[in-house]
Design a protein around this ligand. Structure first.
Ligand code: FES
Length: 200
């Protein structure tokens, strides 16, 4: 974790604003997801199946929308590790959700490069536009907002993760356009360089 003297680290940090996972309904991978997971596990030595833990969790989350405790147990069983090991990974990575989230999950990076380039103001504007605080989801289920640590695109700060993509060089005054764009055009409005939309 990086620290910045002007950041309020007590403010709505994603860990403190995320409840522990619900037990949830009984969970079993769909046959399609199970086949995908077995294919991924086959790339590792049999005694190292747990190397596929991130893929196993992504598949569970894709299936259920978030990762319940029952899903963690199913993941542990599938890759032959303990539920505690799975829970450690889920609680470490901010891309895994332990409760239902909105259709668009906005994760504002607040680590050094983004903090120095105004990430806190980006979060403030998104809060105003969405009417929610970090850690919350809008009543219509369209947006969730989180503050997270480095998203790995520091040269394009401030960065906002949006589901499996990211939006770069976000300015506070762009918050409304980002939200409206996501509502009407979805991921087409995102600027992540991995989306091959670089303009500079
Ligand atoms: S510091 Fe924000 S992406 Fe790295």
């Amino acid at each position: 974790m990086s620290f910045h003297p002007l950041m309020d680290y007590g403010r709505a940090h994603h860990k403190s604003s995320r409840a522990m996972a619900d037990e949830g309904p009984a969970f079993a991978y769909t046959p399609e997801h199970l086949a995908t997971l077995e294919d991924i596990c086959s790339r590792y030595p049999p005694e190292q199946r747990k190397s596929a833990i991130l893929a196993a969790l992504y598949l569970a989350q894709r299936q259920q929308g978030y990762v319940t405790r029952n899903a963690m147990k199913a993941v542990a069983e599938a890759i032959r590790c303990t539920t505690a090991e799975v829970e450690d990974v889920v609680s470490f990575y901010t891309m895994f959700y332990q409760r239902p989230v909105g259709r668009h999950v906005l994760q504002v990076c607040r680590t050094l490069s983004c903090a120095l380039n105004g990430a806190e103001r980006v979060t403030d504007e998104l809060q105003k536009v969405l009417g929610i605080a970090p850690g919350e989801t809008t009543a219509d289920g369209q947006f969730s907002l989180f503050e997270v640590e480095c998203l790995g695109a520091c040269d394009r700060a401030p960065v906002v993760g949006v589901n499996d993509h990211w939006h770069e060089c976000q300015r506070p005054e762009d918050a409304k356009a980002l939200v409206e764009g996501l509502r009407t055009k979805g991921a087409a409005v995102l600027t992540g360089c991995h989306l091959h939309k670089e303009t500079v």
